[in-house]
Design a binder for this molecule. Sequence first.
Ligand SMILES: [Zn+2]
Length: 110
Amino acid sequence: MAKSNKCDWCGVEVLEDDGYRLIQPKRNLGATFCRLEHVVPWLMQKDDWHIWNNVQVPENVSPLDARTGTELDEDALYLIHHRGDARISDGFADKDGVLAWAKAGGRYST
Ligand SMILES: [Zn+2]
C-alpha cells in the first residue's frame, strides 16, 4: 500500500521530498502534512492516523525528546521533515509534546 501523499489536514498534494510526516513506529501509524502549522489543528481536532507498512524509528534520530530532553521509549512519536533528500527527524514522548513543539514553531523557534 502506498503511503498517503495528501496533507491529512488540508488535503493538498505533498511530494515525497517535501512536507512533514508524523509517525508512531510502535503502532505502525503515520500521517502526512504539507507544513508544520497543519500538525497543530490536526492533532487537536482530527487525530486520525493511517496504518502504514513497516513504520520504523528514523535513522540518526536523537534518543531524547526534542522538547523536554528526556529519554524516549518505544511509545515515542517522530516528526520527520522531508526536504529534498534530507530527512530531519525529531522524537517526542507523547502527542502533547508534538503539539507544544509544533505550536512553538518547531526546530527553528528560539
Ligand atoms: Zn496542509
